[in-house]
Design a protein around this ligand. Structure first.
Ligand code: SF4
Length: 213
């Protein structure tokens, strides 16, 4: 990144931090994986109950492995050999965790988070249950406004997730949302998180790179 781009990024980041602040959501910029992991290590302590939302971002950043190595009680939805019933139980258990770590599908410059969810456990936990919610997202998730955020989700997040999960949906074929009624549809709950009554329960960590979708 050249100096001018860095300067522009800083201006946008400061604007975004203020917008989140207005919504009682804290927002912190981390420059790389090392900084991100140092922060996470400082909170992943004392046998806290920790759960995660399904996320490419978390896997790619090594967050799942970090949680497994930490002194926490990890409700590990990715443990090998789980039956579907056991997995669902873990998702249910995650709703009462101390810390819920997830990504988000899109962020608008007015400090809101936009998500689409198939099972719904991720958005449910973001709304209520876990004492603390940590949202980790790359720069590519930042959109100018609500319309752009929704478009990003319909045209990128959902089709890419449908492909990743081998879903037989129209978007996995065409690359575009067709508002399907397919049994494999992954878009069941559209959730926008804006002003929060509980101050800083949600903390957003923006990592200065493009990651996830
Ligand atoms: S509604 Fe259907 S076509 Fe649209 S993104 Fe979701 S799964 Fe794909």
């Amino acid at each position: 990144m050249d100096d001018h781009y860095q300067q522009l990024l800083k201006i946008k980041e400061e604007k975004l931090i203020k917008a989140f602040e207005k919504n009682n959501i804290s927002c912190m910029i981390v420059k790389d994986e090392k900084e991100l992991k140092n922060y996470l290590k400082s909170i992943l302590v004392h046998q806290k109950k920790v759960a995660v939302g399904g996320s490419v971002t978390l896997s790619e950043l090594g967050v799942i492995d970090l949680i497994r190595e930490s002194d926490v009680d990890f409700i590990d939805r990715y443990e090998e050999g789980l039956t579907r019933e056991q997995m669902i139980e873990r998702l249910r258990e995650g709703l009462l965790s101390d810390i819920f770590i997830t990504s988000t599908n899109a962020i608008s410059m007015d400090g809101c988070l936009y998500n689409i969810d198939g099972t719904g456990n991720r958005v449910a936990a973001m709304i209520f249950g876990p004492r603390e919610v940590i949202v980790i997202a790359g720069l590519n998730k930042i959109c100018n406004n609500e319309a752009e955020a929704i478009e990003h989700i319909r045209q990128y997040s959902a089709p890419a997730n449908a492909l990743r999960l081998h879903k037989k949906t129209p978007c996995a074929q065409s690359g575009q949302c067709q508002n399907c009624l397919s049994p494999d549809r992954i878009c069941s709950s559209y959730v926008k998180l804006g002003y929060q009554s509980q101050m800083y329960r949600i903390k957003v960590l923006i990592i200065e790179k493009n990651i996830g979708y």
